[in-house]
Design a protein around this ligand. Sequence first.
Ligand code: CA
Length: 224
Amino acid sequence: MARILVVEDELELSKIMAEWLEDEFHVVNVAHTGSEAQAKLATSVFELIILDLMLPEVNGIEICRSYRESGGATPILMVTAKKSLSSKENGLDSGADDYLTKPFKLRELSARVRALLRRPKAVVPTVLSAGSIELDLNARTVTRGGQEVRLVGKEFALLELLMRNAGKVITVDTIIDNLWSESSNISNDTVRSHIRSLRQKLDGDSDTKSIVTLHGIGYRIDER
Ligand code: CA
């Protein structure tokens, strides 16, 4: 299972790709324009990006280049209808890892996705910290004040999202967008109950509240 961003302006195709990948147990997020993709890349972390070349607003090459320049290390699979060698070279030069030409078979998409996800992960900081909380992305463990905190299901991903954005407010919509696939109708109550159980595990009986609620807006975890 991986978190995948699909950037595709053809609605029907994006839907088919998302459903196909969800059937393979991935969590899929879809962006239909270049700027929507950039906004998602700025706030969320994905394990793979499937990026159409020709997009409204900002094209795939631009997105790829600016994402790499800002230090983004997630593998990118560029998808395009152009068959010419020059566009292929352009895509790879801009920082894409692989290339898929439209029309493609969904099984070929799966094979490329599998190959890219098998690559060793880029070396990026693997331990996030905020105050006395430490989250180890590789070991998938969390400690608070050195004590292990056992998280289950979405709790880990929720804490990871808050900690990656420590000091910033994360809206409920952003949480839903990051943790669940688009097709799974999640209500604000579900988010609230996940926050509640996460808080209980992190804080226990302690007076220090690790997660701050901003009523009607969202949640924040402070850096110290
Ligand atoms: Ca397109």
